[in-house]
Design a protein around this ligand. Structure first.
Ligand code: SAM
Length: 237
């Protein structure tokens, strides 16, 4: 936890919070804070600053907070991600939040197992929990928006042109001959990343018809959770 993320419900006055649960455990056991310790803190979807521990018991911590700085800028990217297997979803949600992605579409693809859409990890609270862990890691407060699209064709035919408007639209596809561009880029990016088995030809064709360009990172096939930070690192150099 590189940033202590605060919720509005933690505030007992304009400048004081009390914490329990996971965050208190982390303060006590990992950060080993004591009264007087100052930490970087931020309000979910709000400003960043400092929190100073005023009182500490095994059950609760009381901290004084001053939040005066804006959160870091978002990455100018919308990510369209074929729904990963639920175990990976949790880690990927954390990664995209850490890296500053603010708009993530979880989309269907032929090679996405139908059962993935029933996962309890898609519940809004479960998604939020993973995003918060990612924000704590990346020292950010702005929660990404996660949109769930369990049907590929309506997404591409009805929504995609608005989603990708005024952006460079790229689909990460190992078989493509075109190398992924290296940033800095002059426009925002809409990036599609495929499922474990890759997008099928029909899906690549539909994305290309919509204006996407297939790009590759080279001949090594990366796992989705590796491909995402590799591509984002390259695009937003
Ligand atoms: N056999 C699949 C294929 O050839 O498409 C591999 C899929 S890969 C495990 C999952 C996704 O990660 C791909 O659909 C793509 O979006 C992205 N990816 C992985 N390695 C890549 C690479 N070298 N270049 C571009 N995208 C890659």
């Amino acid at each position: 936890m590189n940033l202590l993320l605060l919720e509005p419900a933690d505030f007992i006055s304009d400048s004081k919070v009390t914490l329990g649960g996971r965050r208190l455990q982390h303060l006590l056991e990992v950060q080993r804070v004591s009264e007087g310790t100052s930490l970087r803190a931020g309000l979910v979807n709000g400003r960043i600053g400092e929190a100073t521990v005023l009182r500490l018991t095994p059950q609760t911590a009381e901290l004084a907070v001053v939040l005066s700085q804006p959160p870091p800028p978002a990455l100018p990217v919308t990510l369209l991600l074929a729904m990963p297997r639920p175990k990976m979803l949790r880690r990927i949600l954390q990664t995209v939040a850490t890296m500053g992605v603010k708009q993530l579409y979880l989309v269907n693809s032929w090679r996405v197992e139908k059962s993935y859409w029933q996962s309890p990890w898609l519940a809004p609270e479960a998604i939020r929990e993973q995003l918060l862990l990612g924000l704590e890691q990346g020292c950010d407060t702005q929660l990404p928006q996660v949109l769930i699209r369990p049907r590929f064709k309506p997404l591409v035919e009805d929504e995609l042109s608005a989603i990708m408007a005024d952006s460079l639209a790229l689909v990460a596809h190992p078989g493509s001959g075109t190398p992924c561009p290296v940033g800095p880029l002059s426009s925002p990016v809409t990036l599609a990343v495929g499922p474990e088995g890759g997008f099928i030809d029909y899906e690549i064709d539909k994305l290309c018809e919509a204006g996407f360009q297939p790009v590759t990172l080279g001949s090594r096939i990366l796992r989705v959770e590796t491909a995402i930070p590799a591509i984002l690192g390259r695009l937003f150099h």
